[in-house]
Design a binder for this molecule. Structure first.
Ligand code: URA
Length: 233
């Protein structure tokens, strides 16, 4: 159960003050009855809530795919730089956060949600969720990179990466699949090979594939099918 004014305000019908006005003016019906009391409690799962002829469907969990642009921090709050959450409009007070991190200069697929359980599952090292990146790099490409990726590249701090895959596309471009998410991992893997990443974009995260229709900074809600696959991941 939750307060009617809270539900409306969290569903983007205005600030708490504005929605109280809507309720008091008789614009809101619960199960067919006009409710004038803003602290009226509703069962968000079952009650039929209608405001100005629109039925409100309360979604407990929010799942958004963002095509992250360069220059945004993968966090909910930052003192200096804009965050990925600042790009997402209409979900104020819904406690959404990015699932994992992309570096400030990395672009591409970032899942934004308020489903802590799913985030935890997807980020757990045990889950081994595949992440696919498109990479442009400086330096020579060598056939031996394939085996080095397969064997597990050793990073600057001595950490041996899990087996990964590289698919060279020619012209210093490639796709890489890793199953973990160590700090700056792809960049450090290339450094270990004597190269340098100059452009990085995530294109897949588990079963989720970046929607080509999304321009940088654009986002959309996941489809039911995408959510289902992700949960089953
Ligand atoms: N690897 C990196 O180096 N940076 C990212 O943002 C993601 C993976």
């Amino acid at each position: 159960m939750m307060r009617l004014d809270k539900l409306l305000s969290h569903s983007n019908y205005g600030t708490r003050k504005e929605v109280k006005q809507l309720i008091r003016k008789g614009f809101v019906l619960v199960n067919g009855e006009v409710i004038l009391d803003d602290d009226f409690k509703v069962d968000e799962e079952k009650d039929e809530i209608v405001i100005a002829n629109n039925e409100i469907k309360w979604e407990k969990y929010i799942y958004i795919m963002l095509n992250k642009p360069d220059g945004y921090v993968s966090a909910t709050y930052d003192n200096f730089k804009p965050t990925v959450i600042s790009l997402i409009e209409g979900y104020d007070k819904r406690n959404i956060f990015p699932v994992g991190r992309l570096d400030i200069d990395t672009e591409g697929l970032l899942l934004i949600t308020n489903d802590g359980m799913l985030a935890h599952k997807l980020l757990s090292p045990k889950s081994h969720v595949d992440k696919k990146y498109y990479v442009e790099f400086e330096g020579e490409y060598k056939e031996s990179f394939k085996d080095r990726f397969k064997e597990g590249i050793i990073l600057d701090d001595g950490y041996k990466c899990l087996p990964a895959k590289i698919n060279y596309l020619g012209d210093n471009k490639c796709e890489v699949i890793i199953r973990e998410g160590k700090f700056h991992q792809v960049k450090r893997m290339f450094e270990a090979l004597g190269s340098r990443v100059i452009y990085l974009k995530r294109i897949e995260f588990g079963s989720l594939v970046l929607d080509n229709n999304l321009k940088l900074g654009e986002y959309r809600a996941l489809t039911e099918e995408e959510i289902k696959k992700l949960i089953e991941n």
